[in-house]
Design a protein around this ligand. Structure first.
Ligand code: 13P
Length: 252
């Protein structure tokens, strides 16, 4: 049985005090959500304080990125995965399409971030997803399988239980245009098959695959009803405690 994961990616929104306020407002609203793992991903500058303020709650904290470098060193502007772990972070999101698109991140870099996250003891949420042009030209599955295989290269069987994949079609992010539950299910089933071919059927059966892209309180139930959708990575609708709590408390 795969435990669902509902994660909120706050992207580059919220000051420290806004982050703390939202996290504290969320806490009582999701306190009874034992059916899923609840994760929020504030900006770097808010991570330590939010981790401290959520200690003992059922909300876990993710970073939105980490360095490709595992060790400390002369890498101006970077934050190492072990430094995130040091302040209480449990998860790291890597390979988000905004990083791939706007910061030219490659599958090879994503893979190094996955490895760095795992080495630091974090669980890794690795994002994959095609653009609209790629979907329209019929290459969505090729793109996603390349991202999956490239991003997850070199992992051992024991690493796999700390890997979560998020399928986020770029055309559905921040556009209000969600993939239909059927479109998402089709790609999630494909991702699970690719994972089974690369690793094992057992590992694929245990893999949590989240959907991301305009997830809202009014479409989460339809998405979660799909066999291969194990949760959501939520952007805009995670910025307000009440709408994110409604998504967390979806219960099909
Ligand atoms: P939206 O929910 O705002 O479409 O963002 C999705 C996303 O990119 C989450 O990582």
């Amino acid at each position: 049985m795969r435990k669902p994961v509902i994660a909120g990616n706050w992207k580059m929104y919220k000051t420290l005090s806004d982050s703390v306020d939202t996290a504290l407002a969320l806490k009582p609203l999701v306190a009874n959500a034992n059916h899923c793992e609840v994760i929020i991903a504030p900006v770097f500058t808010a991570l330590k304080t939010v981790c401290d303020r959520l200690e003992g709650s059922n909300i876990k904290v993710a970073a939105q990125d980490c360095s490709t470098e595992k060790e400390e060193g002369a890498h101006t502007g970077e934050v190492a995965a072990f430094m995130l772990r040091d302040v209480g972070v449990r998860y790291v999101i890597v390979g988000h399409s905004e990083r791939r698109q706007f910061y030219a991140e490659t599958d090879e870099q994503v893979n190094r971030k996955v490895q760095a996250g795992l080495a630091a003891g974090l669980s890794v949420i690795m994002c994959v997803g095609e653009t609209l042009a790629q979907r329209e030209e019929g290459s969505a599955q090729d793109v996603v399988s390349r991202q999956l295989i490239g991003g997850l290269g070199g992992l051992t069987a024991s690493d796999l239980d700390r890997i979560i994949v998020a399928y986020e079609p770029v055309w559905a992010i921040g556009t209000g245009r969600t993939a239909t539950p059927e479109q998402a299910q089709e790609m999630h089933a494909f991702i699970r098959r690719v994972f089974a071919d690369r690793h094992s059927q057992d590992a694929a059966d245990a893999l949590r695959i989240l959907y991301g892209g305009s997830v809202k309180p009014d479409n989460i139930v339809g998405l979660m009803a799909q066999a291969d959708i194990d949760g959501a990575l939520v952007g805009g609708a995670s910025l307000k405690a009440d709408s994110f709590a409604q998504i967390v408390n979806y219960r099909v």
